[in-house]
Write a protein that binds this ligand. Structure first.
Ligand SMILES: NC(=O)c1ccc[n+]([C@@H]2O[C@H](COP(=O)([O-])OP(=O)(O)OC[C@H]3O[C@@H](n4cnc5c(N)ncnc54)[C@H](O)[C@@H]3O)[C@@H](O)[C@H]2O)c1
Length: 243
């Protein structure tokens, strides 16, 4: 039996590493990203890239339908696509709020709802990419933190709601990860070097995590190695929230 996964935000960063790790573990993958670069992941019969915006109404149903049509089953949903916003609340507009929730929250709910009937059939898993920002307060991230708090709570809620059906639901909570996501945020900062120094100083291991370190935690939460784990928010944060 060949396991099948849907991974969102797959074109680069953490999501791309998740696709690589899942392929190594023998999964077939439907890889979704708004960036056309997702097509680079195409692998005949093994990786189906879908260039689509997760926030578009039709995307979750179409992607889950594609996975089941191509591969005949669905065992894993990785809700990983996300965008960042670092902005003081007094400078944060209603449009900012709507735009970040539209990508970080609504599609997590809608992809999960579309996938669940198939995951119940396969006794599969959902793994969400949350953030330490959904667990502790960090200045100037009010809207982003709210979105990741919502992902944390949906994870816990569904873990309980779906446990009887044999579906496990977990999340990872990364600290700073060395991807374009963080690099873009730093470039927008008036003093990128000082901003990086503060970030590193807040992580006891003295560095950012690599995207593959986060991907390995995601694949662990999808694997039989974690069969007793559901409703867990697994921090991959170099000790950030242990301080
Ligand atoms: N990098 C970090 O420091 C960090 C820390 C904590 C949590 N996270 C979370 O990890 C996840 C992945 O982040 P990353 O660091 O790999 O970022 P990244 O920016 O490198 O990759 C994110 C991917 O998501 C895609 N994406 C964004 N909006 C999309 C949309 N509307 N539809 C489809 N695809 C979309 C992007 O095109 C990109 O390929 C995000 O949910 C992010 O919030 C990242």
């Amino acid at each position: 039996m060949v396991l099948t996964a849907v991974v969102t935000g797959a074109a680069r960063g953490i999501g791309r590493c998740v696709v690589t790790r899942l392929r190594t573990a023998g999964y077939r993958v439907v890889a979704v990203d708004v960036s056309p670069a997702v097509s680079e992941l195409a692998e005949d019969g093994w990786v189906v890239p879908v260039a689509a915006d997760v926030s578009a109404d039709a995307t979750p149903g179409a992607v889950v339908g594609r996975a089941v049509a191509e591969f005949g089953r669905l065992d894993l949903l990785v809700n990983n696509a996300g965008r960042f916003l670092r902005r003081p609340i007094l400078e944060t507009t209603d449009d900012d709020f709507d735009a970040v929730f539209a990508v970080n929250v609504r599609p997590v709910f809608r992809f999960t709802r579309a996938a669940l009937p198939h995951l119940v059939g396969s006794r599969g898993c959902v793994v969400n990419t949350a953030s330490i920002s959904g667990l502790v307060g960090i200045a100037n991230q009010s809207v982003y933190a709210m979105t990741k708090g919502a992902v944390v709570q949906l994870t816990r809620q569904l873990a309980i709601e779906c446990a009887g059906a044999g579906v496990r639901v977990n999340a990872v909570a990364p600290g700073a990860v060395d991807t374009e996501f963080m690099a873009e945020a730093r470039r927008a900062d008036p003093d990128p070097a000082a901003s990086l120094a503060v970030t590193l100083g807040n992580h006891p291991i003295g560095r950012m995590s690599t995207p593959d370190e986060v991907a390995r935690a995601i694949v662990f939460l999808a694997s039989p190695q974690s069969s007793g784990i559901t409703g867990t928010i697994l921090s991959v944060d170099g000790g950030y929230i242990a301080r």
